[in-house]
Design a protein around this ligand. Structure first.
Ligand code: ADP
Ligand code: MG
Ligand code: MG
Length: 257
């Protein structure tokens, strides 16, 4: 059993020469669930895209490491193989590739050459997880995300999470646009990872709303504003944000809009 550790140190990220992330620090260890909350446009999605290596997001300074290895030096697929998982706010559609084929090749890439999963085992595992997430079995043979409803896309991201079994997952607004049933299912999947993988799995949940945190109790809550983590606390911080919004933090820190 090993406990992974993702460290983000004084990260600065620009998009088209404009600095969006302005010196962000965060450390996520296996066994921990962190939540980042923050107003729209504050750089939450930019943070996750930069960590996954989206070419549009330029890291101008700072470090990101996973188990002391430099993530920023890795190619995008190496990051996934190293055990980072990112659920995008807007998952992309891939026409002509079935969900099952996509998942199997992603899983085999994660497992590495010589350790590929057998087709039988893969199918069994996928069926099990789809059943757990109350997904229609037809979803396996549909093209990736093509015509999926909002809720289906988010469930599918959690299916990928459960199949790929990453060390650290970053889930960007996995709760947005979900009805209560889908929200419960998504939470159930994350909680299962937490219970089963224990110290081997850490998670960063980026969310706009506190309601997801009614189903997944985070260990730490961070407030992000203007490209930085400006305040950290426990679950009670999320509840205060829900009740009072962000103005009190702005006042406390002397931040202007
Ligand atoms: P959040 O996820 O907190 O709502 P984002 O990271 O999406 O915030 O956006 C932060 C800022 O970066 C915003 O001002 C947004 O307009 C800008 N931005 C984000 N993505 C892009 C992009 N691909 N091209 C240009 N500007 C972007
Ligand atoms: Mg700095
Ligand atoms: Mg966003």
């Amino acid at each position: 059993m090993s406990q992974p550790k993702l460290v983000i140190n004084d990260l600065h990220v620009s998009i088209e020469e404009k600095e969006i992330i302005k010196g962000l620090n965060l450390e996520i260890k296996g066994g921990e669930i962190h939540a980042i909350m923050g107003p729209n446009g504050t750089g939450k999605s930019t943070l996750s895209s930069a960590i996954m290596g989206h070419p549009k997001y330029e890291v101008t300074s700072g470090e990101v490491s996973l188990d002391d290895e430099d993530v920023l030096e890795m190619e995008v697929d190496e990051r996934a193989r190293a055990g980072l998982f990112l659920a995008m706010q807007y998952p992309s559609e891939i026409s002509g590739v079935t969900n099952a084929d996509f998942l199997r090749s992603a899983l085999n890439s994660r497992l590495g050459e010589g350790n590929e999963i057998s087709l039988m085992k893969f199918i069994r595992k996928m069926d099990e997880n789809m059943d757990y997430l109350e997904m229609d079995p037809d979803m396996a043979q549909r093209y990736l995300n093509e015509g999926f409803s909002g809720g289906e896309k988010k469930r599918n991201e959690i299916l990928q999470l459960m199949m790929l079994n990453p060390k650290i997952a970053i889930l960007d607004e996995i709760d947005s646009g979900l009805d209560i049933d889908a929200l419960k299912v998504v939470s159930k999947g994350i909680n299962k990872m937490r219970e089963e993988r224990k110290e081997e799995f850490g998670c960063l949940i980026i969310t706009h709303y506190q309601r997801l945190l009614n189903y997944i109790t985070p260990d730490y809550v961070h407030v992000m504003m203007q490209g930085r983590v400006v305040k950290s606390g426990g679950p009670e911080l999320a509840q205060r944000l829900e009740a009072e919004g962000y103005d009190w933090i702005k006042k406390e820190l002397g931040i202007e809009d």
